[in-house]
Design a protein around this ligand. Sequence first.
Ligand SMILES: C[S@@+](CC[C@H](N)C(=O)[O-])C[C@H]1O[C@@H](n2cnc3c(N)ncnc32)[C@H](O)[C@@H]1O
Length: 450
Amino acid sequence: MTAEAAWAFLLPDSLRSLTVTLGDHPKRGGQDERHARRARRQAKGRQAASEPASRRKSRHYGPQRQARGRSERREEVVDKGIAARIERLIDGIGDISAPVKRALRAVPRHQFIPPVALVADDTTAIIDREADPAAWFDAVYSRLPIVTQLDDGATDLRDEAGGLYTSSNSAPGTVTDFLDLLDLSPGHRVLEIGTGTGWTAALLSHLVGAQHVTSIEVDAALAEQAAKNLSDAGSHPHLITGDGAEGSPERAPFDRVHVTCGIRTVPYAWVEQTRPGGRIVLPYDPGFATGHAALRLTVKPDGTASGKFAEYAAYMMMRSQRIAANAERGPDREARTRIDPRTITEAPSGAALAMSALTGLYLSTGRQDGRLLTWLSDPAVPAQWTLITHVPGADDFEVYQVGDRPLWDEVTDAYFRWVDWGEPGRHRFGMTVTPGGQRVWLDTPQQAVE
Ligand SMILES: C[S@@+](CC[C@H](N)C(=O)[O-])C[C@H]1O[C@@H](n2cnc3c(N)ncnc32)[C@H](O)[C@@H]1O
Protein backbone atom coordinates (compact mmCIF):
# COMPACT_ATOMS: atom_id res chain seq x y z
CA MET A 1 0.00 0.00 0.00
CA THR A 2 1.27 3.46 -0.78
CA ALA A 3 1.37 6.05 1.92
CA GLU A 4 -1.29 7.91 -0.04
CA ALA A 5 -3.72 4.98 0.07
CA ALA A 6 -3.00 4.36 3.71
CA TRP A 7 -3.63 7.99 4.52
CA ALA A 8 -6.93 8.00 2.70
CA PHE A 9 -7.98 4.88 4.60
CA LEU A 10 -6.71 5.91 7.96
CA LEU A 11 -7.94 9.41 8.33
CA PRO A 12 -11.62 9.06 9.15
CA ASP A 13 -11.47 5.89 11.22
CA SER A 14 -8.30 6.64 13.09
CA LEU A 15 -9.54 10.01 14.12
CA ARG A 16 -12.81 8.48 15.19
CA SER A 17 -11.05 5.81 17.19
CA LEU A 18 -9.15 8.52 19.02
CA THR A 19 -12.36 9.68 20.59
CA VAL A 20 -13.91 6.26 21.12
CA THR A 21 -12.66 5.12 24.42
CA LEU A 22 -14.60 2.07 25.43
CA GLY A 23 -11.82 -0.36 24.67
CA ASP A 24 -11.43 0.73 21.05
CA HIS A 25 -14.77 -0.31 19.64
CA PRO A 26 -15.09 2.40 17.07
CA LYS A 27 -18.11 1.42 15.04
CA ARG A 28 -20.87 -1.01 14.35
CA GLY A 29 -21.20 -2.25 10.81
CA GLY A 30 -19.03 -4.31 8.48
CA GLN A 31 -16.90 -6.88 10.24
CA ASP A 32 -17.93 -5.51 13.63
CA GLU A 33 -21.52 -6.20 12.78
CA ARG A 34 -20.79 -9.82 11.81
CA HIS A 35 -19.14 -10.27 15.22
CA ALA A 36 -22.10 -8.57 16.83
CA ARG A 37 -24.52 -11.00 15.20
CA ARG A 38 -22.41 -13.88 16.45
CA ALA A 39 -22.38 -12.29 19.93
CA ARG A 40 -26.15 -12.01 19.84
CA ARG A 41 -26.46 -15.67 18.89
CA GLN A 42 -24.06 -16.61 21.67
CA ALA A 43 -25.94 -14.43 24.14
CA LYS A 44 -29.09 -16.36 23.27
CA GLY A 45 -27.26 -19.63 23.82
CA ARG A 46 -25.99 -18.44 27.19
CA GLN A 47 -29.51 -17.65 28.34
CA ALA A 48 -30.31 -21.28 29.00
CA ALA A 49 -27.26 -21.67 31.23
CA SER A 50 -27.48 -18.34 33.00
CA GLU A 51 -31.21 -17.91 33.09
CA PRO A 52 -32.16 -15.47 35.82
CA ALA A 53 -33.24 -16.94 39.13
CA SER A 54 -36.57 -15.20 38.62
CA ARG A 55 -37.44 -17.40 35.64
CA ARG A 56 -36.31 -20.64 37.24
CA LYS A 57 -38.24 -19.95 40.42
CA SER A 58 -41.42 -18.98 38.69
CA ARG A 59 -41.71 -22.46 37.18
CA HIS A 60 -41.80 -24.04 40.64
CA TYR A 61 -44.36 -21.85 42.22
CA GLY A 62 -46.59 -24.14 44.33
CA PRO A 63 -50.39 -24.09 44.67
CA GLN A 64 -50.28 -22.44 48.13
CA ARG A 65 -49.00 -19.28 46.44
CA GLN A 66 -51.62 -19.19 43.74
CA ALA A 67 -54.04 -17.22 45.85
CA ARG A 68 -51.79 -14.17 45.70
CA GLY A 69 -52.01 -11.69 42.82
CA ARG A 70 -49.99 -12.63 39.76
CA SER A 71 -48.26 -9.26 39.41
CA GLU A 72 -47.33 -9.15 43.09
CA ARG A 73 -45.72 -12.60 42.80
CA ARG A 74 -43.94 -11.64 39.61
CA GLU A 75 -42.52 -8.48 41.21
CA GLU A 76 -41.23 -10.43 44.20
CA VAL A 77 -39.58 -13.00 41.94
CA VAL A 78 -38.05 -10.34 39.72
CA ASP A 79 -36.72 -8.49 42.78
CA LYS A 80 -35.07 -11.66 44.05
CA GLY A 81 -33.58 -12.27 40.62
CA ILE A 82 -32.21 -8.73 40.48
CA ALA A 83 -30.75 -8.99 43.97
CA ALA A 84 -28.98 -12.22 42.97
CA ARG A 85 -27.65 -10.59 39.81
CA ILE A 86 -26.34 -7.62 41.80
CA GLU A 87 -24.53 -9.97 44.19
CA ARG A 88 -22.95 -11.81 41.23
CA LEU A 89 -21.88 -8.49 39.75
CA ILE A 90 -20.33 -7.40 43.06
CA ASP A 91 -18.50 -10.75 43.37
CA GLY A 92 -17.29 -10.45 39.79
CA ILE A 93 -15.86 -6.97 40.28
CA GLY A 94 -14.13 -8.06 43.49
CA ASP A 95 -12.46 -5.18 45.25
CA ILE A 96 -15.21 -2.74 46.32
CA SER A 97 -15.56 -0.88 49.62
CA ALA A 98 -18.52 -1.70 51.86
CA PRO A 99 -20.32 1.65 51.34
CA VAL A 100 -20.06 1.36 47.55
CA LYS A 101 -21.38 -2.23 47.71
CA ARG A 102 -24.36 -0.96 49.69
CA ALA A 103 -24.94 1.73 47.06
CA LEU A 104 -24.88 -0.89 44.27
CA ARG A 105 -27.51 -2.92 46.12
CA ALA A 106 -29.69 0.13 46.75
CA VAL A 107 -29.51 1.52 43.20
CA PRO A 108 -30.18 -1.27 40.65
CA ARG A 109 -28.44 -0.54 37.36
CA HIS A 110 -31.37 -1.65 35.18
CA GLN A 111 -33.41 1.36 36.29
CA PHE A 112 -31.02 3.53 34.27
CA ILE A 113 -30.69 1.50 31.07
CA PRO A 114 -32.96 2.33 28.11
CA PRO A 115 -35.10 -0.45 26.60
CA VAL A 116 -32.86 -0.49 23.52
CA ALA A 117 -29.11 0.00 23.87
CA LEU A 118 -25.77 -1.36 22.69
CA VAL A 119 -23.65 -3.66 24.78
CA ALA A 120 -19.97 -3.06 24.16
CA ASP A 121 -17.68 -6.07 24.44
CA ASP A 122 -14.99 -6.97 21.89
CA THR A 123 -17.81 -6.15 19.51
CA THR A 124 -21.12 -4.42 20.03
CA ALA A 125 -24.62 -5.89 20.00
CA ILE A 126 -28.10 -4.46 20.33
CA ILE A 127 -30.00 -5.35 23.48
CA ASP A 128 -33.77 -4.97 23.37
CA ARG A 129 -35.70 -5.38 26.60
CA GLU A 130 -38.98 -6.13 24.91
CA ALA A 131 -37.70 -8.52 22.26
CA ASP A 132 -35.33 -10.45 24.53
CA PRO A 133 -35.61 -9.48 28.20
CA ALA A 134 -33.24 -12.18 29.47
CA ALA A 135 -30.44 -11.05 27.14
CA TRP A 136 -31.12 -7.45 28.15
CA PHE A 137 -30.85 -8.28 31.88
CA ASP A 138 -27.76 -10.43 31.26
CA ALA A 139 -26.05 -7.47 29.60
CA VAL A 140 -27.22 -4.94 32.18
CA TYR A 141 -25.91 -7.04 35.07
CA SER A 142 -22.67 -7.90 33.28
CA ARG A 143 -19.50 -5.88 33.80
CA LEU A 144 -19.78 -4.32 30.35
CA PRO A 145 -20.48 -0.70 29.46
CA ILE A 146 -23.86 -0.08 27.82
CA VAL A 147 -23.78 2.48 25.03
CA THR A 148 -26.87 4.69 24.99
CA GLN A 149 -26.09 7.27 22.31
CA LEU A 150 -24.26 7.50 18.97
CA ASP A 151 -23.00 10.70 17.31
CA ASP A 152 -24.57 12.97 19.95
CA GLY A 153 -27.97 11.45 19.11
CA ALA A 154 -27.71 12.02 15.33
CA THR A 155 -27.43 8.27 14.60
CA ASP A 156 -29.93 5.67 15.70
CA LEU A 157 -28.49 2.93 17.91
CA ARG A 158 -29.81 0.31 15.48
CA ASP A 159 -28.09 1.91 12.48
CA GLU A 160 -26.03 -0.81 10.78
CA ALA A 161 -23.40 1.75 9.77
CA GLY A 162 -22.66 2.49 13.42
CA GLY A 163 -21.30 5.75 14.77
CA LEU A 164 -19.21 7.38 17.43
CA TYR A 165 -20.14 6.38 20.98
CA THR A 166 -21.13 9.58 22.76
CA SER A 167 -22.89 8.40 25.91
CA SER A 168 -23.06 5.26 27.97
CA ASN A 169 -23.80 3.73 31.30
CA SER A 170 -20.17 3.02 32.18
CA ALA A 171 -18.68 -0.39 33.03
CA PRO A 172 -19.66 -1.17 36.65
CA GLY A 173 -16.08 -2.03 37.66
CA THR A 174 -14.87 1.36 36.47
CA VAL A 175 -17.75 3.10 38.23
CA THR A 176 -16.91 1.39 41.52
CA ASP A 177 -13.16 2.10 41.12
CA PHE A 178 -13.93 5.78 40.68
CA LEU A 179 -16.37 5.91 43.59
CA ASP A 180 -13.71 4.33 45.80
CA LEU A 181 -11.05 6.76 44.56
CA LEU A 182 -13.36 9.60 45.58
CA ASP A 183 -13.31 8.35 49.19
CA LEU A 184 -16.74 9.76 49.95
CA SER A 185 -18.33 10.44 53.32
CA PRO A 186 -21.98 11.26 54.02
CA GLY A 187 -22.49 15.01 53.67
CA HIS A 188 -19.69 15.57 51.15
CA ARG A 189 -20.72 18.08 48.49
CA VAL A 190 -20.13 16.37 45.15
CA LEU A 191 -20.09 17.71 41.59
CA GLU A 192 -20.47 15.12 38.84
CA ILE A 193 -19.57 15.98 35.24
CA GLY A 194 -21.47 13.85 32.69
CA THR A 195 -24.84 12.77 34.11
CA GLY A 196 -25.34 10.31 31.21
CA THR A 197 -28.05 7.86 32.32
CA GLY A 198 -28.08 9.16 35.91
CA TRP A 199 -26.83 5.92 37.50
CA THR A 200 -23.66 7.42 38.97
CA ALA A 201 -25.60 10.44 40.25
CA ALA A 202 -27.98 8.03 42.02
CA LEU A 203 -25.07 6.04 43.50
CA LEU A 204 -23.45 9.29 44.67
CA SER A 205 -26.78 10.39 46.14
CA HIS A 206 -26.98 7.16 48.11
CA LEU A 207 -23.42 7.65 49.38
CA VAL A 208 -23.52 11.33 50.42
CA GLY A 209 -27.19 12.36 50.32
CA ALA A 210 -28.97 13.60 47.19
CA GLN A 211 -29.15 17.18 48.50
CA HIS A 212 -25.34 17.31 48.32
CA VAL A 213 -25.01 16.08 44.72
CA THR A 214 -24.89 18.32 41.64
CA SER A 215 -24.62 16.66 38.23
CA ILE A 216 -24.06 18.37 34.87
CA GLU A 217 -24.89 16.93 31.44
CA VAL A 218 -24.15 18.80 28.20
CA ASP A 219 -26.70 16.96 26.05
CA ALA A 220 -30.26 18.21 26.62
CA ALA A 221 -31.98 14.96 25.53
CA LEU A 222 -29.75 12.84 27.77
CA ALA A 223 -30.23 15.28 30.65
CA GLU A 224 -34.01 14.99 30.32
CA GLN A 225 -33.93 11.18 30.27
CA ALA A 226 -31.53 11.09 33.23
CA ALA A 227 -33.87 13.35 35.22
CA LYS A 228 -36.71 10.92 34.52
CA ASN A 229 -34.61 7.85 35.40
CA LEU A 230 -33.53 9.44 38.66
CA SER A 231 -37.00 10.56 39.60
CA ASP A 232 -38.47 7.11 38.80
CA ALA A 233 -35.76 5.60 41.02
CA GLY A 234 -36.70 8.03 43.84
CA SER A 235 -33.39 9.90 43.71
CA HIS A 236 -33.34 13.70 43.53
CA PRO A 237 -29.86 15.25 43.08
CA HIS A 238 -29.51 18.76 41.65
CA LEU A 239 -29.29 18.46 37.85
CA ILE A 240 -27.87 21.04 35.44
CA THR A 241 -27.92 20.96 31.64
CA GLY A 242 -24.80 22.70 30.37
CA ASP A 243 -21.07 22.53 29.83
CA GLY A 244 -19.47 20.74 32.76
CA ALA A 245 -16.12 22.39 32.01
CA GLU A 246 -17.49 25.49 33.75
CA GLY A 247 -18.45 23.57 36.87
CA SER A 248 -21.19 25.13 38.96
CA PRO A 249 -19.95 28.28 40.76
CA GLU A 250 -23.35 28.79 42.36
CA ARG A 251 -23.29 25.33 44.01
CA ALA A 252 -19.57 25.50 45.00
CA PRO A 253 -17.53 24.84 47.04
CA PHE A 254 -17.37 21.08 46.49
CA ASP A 255 -15.56 18.44 48.51
CA ARG A 256 -15.37 16.12 45.53
CA VAL A 257 -15.53 16.51 41.76
CA HIS A 258 -16.30 13.30 39.89
CA VAL A 259 -15.71 13.50 36.14
CA THR A 260 -17.23 10.74 33.99
CA CYS A 261 -16.06 11.86 30.54
CA GLY A 262 -12.50 11.68 29.19
CA ILE A 263 -10.32 14.71 29.91
CA ARG A 264 -7.18 15.85 28.13
CA THR A 265 -6.93 19.32 29.70
CA VAL A 266 -8.26 19.79 33.25
CA PRO A 267 -10.49 22.91 33.41
CA TYR A 268 -9.15 25.13 36.19
CA ALA A 269 -12.76 25.98 37.21
CA TRP A 270 -12.95 22.56 38.93
CA VAL A 271 -9.89 23.37 41.05
CA GLU A 272 -11.28 26.80 41.91
CA GLN A 273 -14.63 25.31 42.96
CA THR A 274 -13.15 22.60 45.21
CA ARG A 275 -12.25 23.37 48.82
CA PRO A 276 -8.62 22.83 49.91
CA GLY A 277 -8.15 19.17 50.76
CA GLY A 278 -10.97 18.23 48.39
CA ARG A 279 -10.50 15.78 45.53
CA ILE A 280 -11.07 15.74 41.80
CA VAL A 281 -11.19 12.31 40.17
CA LEU A 282 -11.19 12.11 36.38
CA PRO A 283 -10.41 9.76 33.49
CA TYR A 284 -7.32 11.32 31.88
CA ASP A 285 -7.01 10.64 28.16
CA PRO A 286 -4.16 12.35 26.35
CA GLY A 287 -5.11 10.74 23.01
CA PHE A 288 -2.00 8.60 22.97
CA ALA A 289 -2.38 4.81 22.68
CA THR A 290 -2.57 3.19 26.14
CA GLY A 291 -2.16 6.46 28.05
CA HIS A 292 -5.63 6.40 29.64
CA ALA A 293 -5.74 6.44 33.43
CA ALA A 294 -7.82 7.58 36.35
CA LEU A 295 -6.27 10.69 37.89
CA ARG A 296 -6.89 11.68 41.50
CA LEU A 297 -6.03 15.29 42.26
CA THR A 298 -6.01 16.87 45.71
CA VAL A 299 -6.70 20.59 45.84
CA LYS A 300 -4.19 22.59 47.89
CA PRO A 301 -4.56 25.89 49.78
CA ASP A 302 -2.35 27.66 47.19
CA GLY A 303 -5.02 27.08 44.51
CA THR A 304 -3.21 24.28 42.69
CA ALA A 305 -4.16 20.60 42.51
CA SER A 306 -1.83 17.66 42.36
CA GLY A 307 -2.04 13.87 42.40
CA LYS A 308 -1.12 10.55 40.86
CA PHE A 309 -2.51 8.35 38.13
CA ALA A 310 -4.30 5.24 39.33
CA GLU A 311 -6.26 2.50 37.56
CA TYR A 312 -6.70 2.12 33.82
CA ALA A 313 -9.77 4.11 32.80
CA ALA A 314 -11.14 4.75 29.32
CA TYR A 315 -14.13 7.04 28.86
CA MET A 316 -15.83 8.96 26.06
CA MET A 317 -14.22 12.34 25.67
CA MET A 318 -15.70 15.56 26.98
CA ARG A 319 -17.39 17.15 23.95
CA SER A 320 -15.15 20.21 23.76
CA GLN A 321 -12.01 18.05 24.06
CA ARG A 322 -12.64 15.58 21.25
CA ILE A 323 -9.95 15.43 18.60
CA ALA A 324 -11.08 17.17 15.46
CA ALA A 325 -10.67 15.26 12.19
CA ASN A 326 -8.45 17.79 10.48
CA ALA A 327 -5.25 16.63 8.84
CA GLU A 328 -4.15 18.91 6.05
CA ARG A 329 -1.73 18.00 3.31
CA GLY A 330 1.63 19.74 3.07
CA PRO A 331 5.21 19.05 2.05
CA ASP A 332 5.85 15.36 2.57
CA ARG A 333 8.67 12.87 2.61
CA GLU A 334 9.14 9.15 3.01
CA ALA A 335 11.71 7.39 5.16
CA ARG A 336 12.13 3.97 6.76
CA THR A 337 12.52 2.98 10.38
CA ARG A 338 14.03 -0.12 11.96
CA ILE A 339 11.94 0.38 15.09
CA ASP A 340 8.88 -1.85 15.01
CA PRO A 341 5.89 0.54 15.46
CA ARG A 342 4.37 -1.93 17.89
CA THR A 343 7.20 -1.06 20.30
CA ILE A 344 5.47 2.29 20.61
CA THR A 345 1.81 1.40 20.12
CA GLU A 346 1.89 -1.53 22.56
CA ALA A 347 4.17 0.12 25.10
CA PRO A 348 2.92 0.02 28.73
CA SER A 349 0.74 2.89 29.88
CA GLY A 350 3.64 4.50 31.80
CA ALA A 351 5.50 4.83 28.49
CA ALA A 352 2.42 6.25 26.76
CA LEU A 353 1.98 8.86 29.53
CA ALA A 354 5.66 9.83 29.19
CA MET A 355 5.60 9.97 25.37
CA SER A 356 2.46 12.08 25.29
CA ALA A 357 3.79 14.47 27.96
CA LEU A 358 7.18 14.83 26.23
CA THR A 359 5.86 15.34 22.69
CA GLY A 360 2.32 16.72 23.08
CA LEU A 361 1.33 14.51 20.13
CA TYR A 362 -1.66 12.25 19.51
CA LEU A 363 -1.26 8.61 18.52
CA SER A 364 -3.87 6.20 17.20
CA THR A 365 -3.81 2.96 15.26
CA GLY A 366 -5.82 1.20 12.58
CA ARG A 367 -5.53 -1.98 10.52
CA GLN A 368 -5.78 -2.60 6.82
CA ASP A 369 -5.05 -5.81 4.90
CA GLY A 370 -3.09 -7.24 7.82
CA ARG A 371 -0.98 -4.09 8.17
CA LEU A 372 -0.86 -2.02 11.34
CA LEU A 373 -1.12 1.70 10.62
CA THR A 374 0.15 4.08 13.28
CA TRP A 375 -0.98 7.66 12.99
CA LEU A 376 0.81 10.50 14.79
CA SER A 377 -0.53 14.03 14.69
CA ASP A 378 0.24 17.42 16.12
CA PRO A 379 -2.92 18.88 17.68
CA ALA A 380 -1.67 22.44 17.14
CA VAL A 381 -0.76 22.10 13.44
CA PRO A 382 -3.16 20.12 11.19
CA ALA A 383 -0.54 19.89 8.40
CA GLN A 384 1.86 18.07 10.72
CA TRP A 385 1.23 14.33 10.79
CA THR A 386 3.00 11.04 10.16
CA LEU A 387 1.88 7.57 9.20
CA ILE A 388 4.00 4.50 9.98
CA THR A 389 3.04 1.24 8.26
CA HIS A 390 3.89 -2.07 9.86
CA VAL A 391 3.99 -5.01 7.46
CA PRO A 392 4.31 -8.39 9.19
CA GLY A 393 7.73 -9.97 8.67
CA ALA A 394 9.36 -6.82 7.21
CA ASP A 395 12.86 -5.75 8.30
CA ASP A 396 12.00 -2.06 8.31
CA PHE A 397 8.86 0.05 8.03
CA GLU A 398 7.66 3.01 6.00
CA VAL A 399 7.43 6.40 7.71
CA TYR A 400 5.36 8.86 5.69
CA GLN A 401 5.74 12.35 7.13
CA VAL A 402 3.71 15.45 6.25
CA GLY A 403 5.12 18.73 7.57
CA ASP A 404 8.60 19.58 8.84
CA ARG A 405 8.35 18.17 12.32
CA PRO A 406 9.90 14.68 12.61
CA LEU A 407 7.09 13.26 14.74
CA TRP A 408 8.25 9.63 14.59
CA ASP A 409 11.78 10.55 15.73
CA GLU A 410 10.39 12.63 18.58
CA VAL A 411 8.14 9.83 19.77
CA THR A 412 10.83 7.15 19.59
CA ASP A 413 13.32 9.45 21.38
CA ALA A 414 10.71 9.95 24.11
CA TYR A 415 10.22 6.19 24.35
CA PHE A 416 13.94 5.56 24.87
CA ARG A 417 14.11 8.33 27.50
CA TRP A 418 11.41 6.42 29.35
CA VAL A 419 13.52 3.24 28.99
CA ASP A 420 16.52 5.14 30.46
CA TRP A 421 14.40 6.21 33.45
CA GLY A 422 13.96 2.51 34.32
CA GLU A 423 10.61 2.06 32.55
CA PRO A 424 8.41 3.55 35.31
CA GLY A 425 4.82 2.34 35.41
CA ARG A 426 1.69 4.49 35.25
CA HIS A 427 1.35 4.70 39.05
CA ARG A 428 4.66 6.57 39.34
CA PHE A 429 3.37 9.45 37.22
CA GLY A 430 1.24 12.32 38.42
CA MET A 431 -0.05 15.72 37.38
CA THR A 432 -0.19 19.23 38.81
CA VAL A 433 -2.85 21.70 37.67
CA THR A 434 -2.34 25.45 38.18
CA PRO A 435 -4.16 28.52 36.83
CA GLY A 436 -1.49 28.56 34.11
CA GLY A 437 -2.01 24.98 32.89
CA GLN A 438 -1.06 21.41 33.74
CA ARG A 439 2.14 19.38 33.79
CA VAL A 440 2.87 15.68 34.15
CA TRP A 441 5.59 14.59 36.58
CA LEU A 442 7.43 11.46 37.61
CA ASP A 443 7.44 10.44 41.30
CA THR A 444 7.25 13.98 42.72
CA PRO A 445 5.73 17.24 41.47
CA GLN A 446 9.28 18.67 41.37
CA GLN A 447 10.29 16.22 38.63
CA ALA A 448 8.36 17.49 35.60
CA VAL A 449 8.28 15.33 32.47
CA GLU A 450 9.33 17.84 29.81
C1 LIG B 1 -19.67 7.88 29.98
S1 LIG B 1 -21.01 8.97 29.96
C2 LIG B 1 -21.31 9.23 31.68
C3 LIG B 1 -21.99 8.11 32.38
C4 LIG B 1 -22.81 8.56 33.56
N1 LIG B 1 -22.01 9.03 34.65
C5 LIG B 1 -23.79 7.50 34.01
O1 LIG B 1 -23.81 7.15 35.19
O2 LIG B 1 -24.56 7.03 33.18
C6 LIG B 1 -20.25 10.52 29.56
C7 LIG B 1 -21.25 11.64 29.52
O3 LIG B 1 -20.54 12.88 29.54
C8 LIG B 1 -21.32 13.79 28.82
N2 LIG B 1 -20.51 14.97 28.49
C9 LIG B 1 -19.61 15.11 27.48
N3 LIG B 1 -19.10 16.35 27.49
C10 LIG B 1 -19.67 17.02 28.53
C11 LIG B 1 -19.57 18.32 29.05
N4 LIG B 1 -18.78 19.24 28.48
N5 LIG B 1 -20.31 18.65 30.12
C12 LIG B 1 -21.15 17.74 30.70
N6 LIG B 1 -21.31 16.50 30.23
C13 LIG B 1 -20.58 16.13 29.17
C14 LIG B 1 -21.78 12.98 27.62
O4 LIG B 1 -22.87 13.59 26.97
C15 LIG B 1 -22.11 11.66 28.26
O5 LIG B 1 -23.45 11.58 28.62
